[in-house]
Ligand binder design. Structure first.
Ligand SMILES: [Cu+2]
Length: 107
């Protein structure tokens, strides 16, 4: 009679995959500056905030829509919804702050 080992094998493999995922997250947490691109959705010069649909920021986060504080209100000058931008993001604990916003000229 043969014993079936399939389920147990998958379980171990699943556990290994989970560990690998945790390692990646831990590594991502170690990097506190990231770069990516995004599209401006809203600008709030009074609160010094900008809402972006941003792409993947390697080591920091996946693509999503969110709003960021900016280090310098002047970074928001001339920005309008629909603009494509390159960004540099600094992570301070749970807070993400843009240190750089550069408009990508439309082609
Ligand atoms: Cu985000």
């Amino acid at each position: 009679m043969k014993k079936k080992m399939g389920k147990r094998g998958l379980g171990l493999r699943g556990a290994a995959a989970a560990c690998a995922a945790l390692t990646v997250i831990a590594c991502g947490g170690g990097s506190d500056t990231g770069r990516g691109e995004g599209i401006v959705r809203a600008v709030d010069p009074v609160a010094n905030r900008v809402t972006l649909d941003h792409g993947t920021i390697p080591g920091m986060m996946d693509a999503m829509r969110m709003d960021f504080a900016v280090t310098d209100p002047a970074l928001l000058d001339g920005l309008a919804p629909g603009d494509r931008v390159r960004i540099a993001v600094r992570q301070d604990g749970d807070v993400y702050v843009l240190t750089e916003i550069v408009e990508i000229p439309a082609q």
